[in-house]
Write a protein that binds this ligand. Structure first.
Ligand SMILES: *Cc1c(COP(=O)(O)O)cnc(C)c1O
Length: 441
């Protein structure tokens, strides 16, 4: 049977279990004509989604990488409920509140960066970092304009975040309207890769060359490029990148929207890699995945560049829901849980390891890799490499038929479970992946 036919057949089987798509809802990243209806879920607990009239589904990707400790975690739910009865929202330009104070103190201590600036999501946390970096130079009377980013990067969907991300089918309608960005390749690596040194060297040479032009900042997803395909690099490479940034007197922005809060095996990926960023963007796991919130941490050097009586020195940026007290309460509760049991993220790699070692023996896969809670590999495909390859859809449908939710990035299959996942549930995730692989041949 052809792969496309197989996919259609699977979809039909699955659709019998689903509602029809609500005509008034426009889902994200979704082709409105041909996509399957959304599945209705009223409850979730821990690593499990619990749709009505259907067996539980294991959330193998933490609901788009946000659910950190597990769904409906009682400790975080209580913290939000308690806060909601105290103070639900307040204008943060003129007032502050205990949860925001606490969160700022904690994140400043944990990251070593002085100040915290609140926004609403990952994209805005990146926008803020980019705007701060540009204005920091401008405030010094320096009108430099080059920003350097990596090929394959994803930094969000608003215009500035799109501009620094890879130009592709997602950005194509807007490409003309995005500010120019200089780019260097991303020397991703994997188990058994023997050629990484040569690739890293080439990238560093390109970077050296670009940094001869005065540069606002280099923006990096530390250790793992997420949406670009769970592409992992070595810490040693990132350290060399930072050396060059310092030598050129530029700034380093680490976009930790995905990698922060234990995802990469330490609290923050920049710490594991041994970097000292000037600006850090955080979101996704920040509130344990309960509420949308973004923050941008900035070093003392950056914030000092905004001191002065001249209104022009001000960072004129803010969002209506800045420092929403419910979000702050959730974030503080999530930090409590991370502090209480750090081994949950410190040890996660060793839980993936035996499963991935087993699955790499499958001749249909290549480039296995693990960083922290993220395990990934590529499906070998002959043509149409990348996000639009349909093998991912086949894998997804057949894993779902055995109760495992994954969402491959085209030919890249990965797991990124919540920290609460049990050994049995994790084993089942890999069983779901094996089912998916079997459906391919
Ligand atoms: C998801 C993501 C973003 C965007 O975050 P949103 O909350 O979806 O806007 C930015 N950067 C990285 C690295 C991400 O993974």
């Amino acid at each position: 049977m052809k792969q496309e036919e197989k996919l259609n057949l699977m979809n039909e089987k699955e659709n019998s279990n689903q509602t029809i798509q609500n005509p008034h809802i426009w889902p994200p990243f979704t082709q409105l004509t041909s996509s399957k209806p959304q599945l209705l879920v009223e409850k979730a607990k821990g690593a499990l989604l619990l749709p009505k009239n259907r067996a539980p589904i294991i959330d193998g990707i933490s609901s788009w990488w946000v659910t950190l400790h597990g769904h409906a975690n009682e400790y975080i739910a209580k913290a939000i409920a308690t806060q909601a009865e105290q103070l639900e929202q307040i204008i943060f330009a003129d007032f502050t509140h205990p949860q925001a104070e606490l969160l700022a103190n904690r994140l400043s201590k944990l990251t070593g960066l002085e100040k915290l600036f609140f926004s609403d999501n990952g994209s805005t946390a990146v926008e803020v970092a980019l705007k701060m970096a540009r204005q920091w130079w401008k405030n010094k009377g320096d009108n430099r304009s080059q920003i350097i980013a990596f090929e394959g990067a994803y930094h969000g969907d608003t215009f500035g975040a799109m501009a620094v991300g890879e130009r592709n089918i997602f950005s194509e309608p807007f490409d003309q309207m995005l500010f120019p960005v200089s780019r260097v390749p991303w020397p991703e690596t994997w188990w058994g890769d023997e050629d990484f040194e040569r690739r890293e060297k080439e990238v560093l040479e390109t970077l050296d060359h670009l940094l001869k032009t005065p540069t606002i900042a280099v923006i990096i997803e530390p250790l793992v490029q997420g949406a670009g395909g769970m592409r992992m690099v070595r810490s040693e490479f990132l350290v060399e990148v930072e050396k060059r940034i310092r030598h050129a007197n530029s700034l380093l922005i680490t976009d930790e929207v995905l990698t922060g809060f234990g995802r990469c095996g330490e609290l923050f990926a920049f710490q594991r890699a041994g970097l000292k960023p000037d600006l850090i963007s955080l979101s996704k796991g920040l509130t344990g995945g309960f509420l949308p919130m973004g923050v941008t941490m900035s070093s003392k050097k950056i914030s000092e560049g905004f001191l002065g009586e001249d209104p022009k020195q001000t960072f004129w940026h803010g969002h209506s829901f800045t420092a929403n007290p419910l979000g702050c309460a959730a974030a503080n509760a999530s930090l409590d849980l991370l502090e209480r049991s750090p081994q949950k993220y410190l040890d996660f790699e060793s839980r993936h390891l035996p499963h991935l070692q087993k699955i790499v023996k499958d001749p249909r896969i290549e480039c296995p890799r693990i960083t922290g809670t993220i395990a990934a590999f590529n499906i070998k495909v002959k043509a149409n490499k990348g996000y639009l390859n349909s093998v991912g859809k086949i894998m997804k449908a057949s894993a779902l038929s055995v109760g495992v939710f994954i969402r491959p990035l085209g030919d890249v299959v990965y797991l990124m479970p919540p920290l609460c996942i049990t050994d049995q549930e994790l084993e089942k995730c890999y069983f779901g992946i094996q089912e998916g692989l079997n459906a391919l041949s």
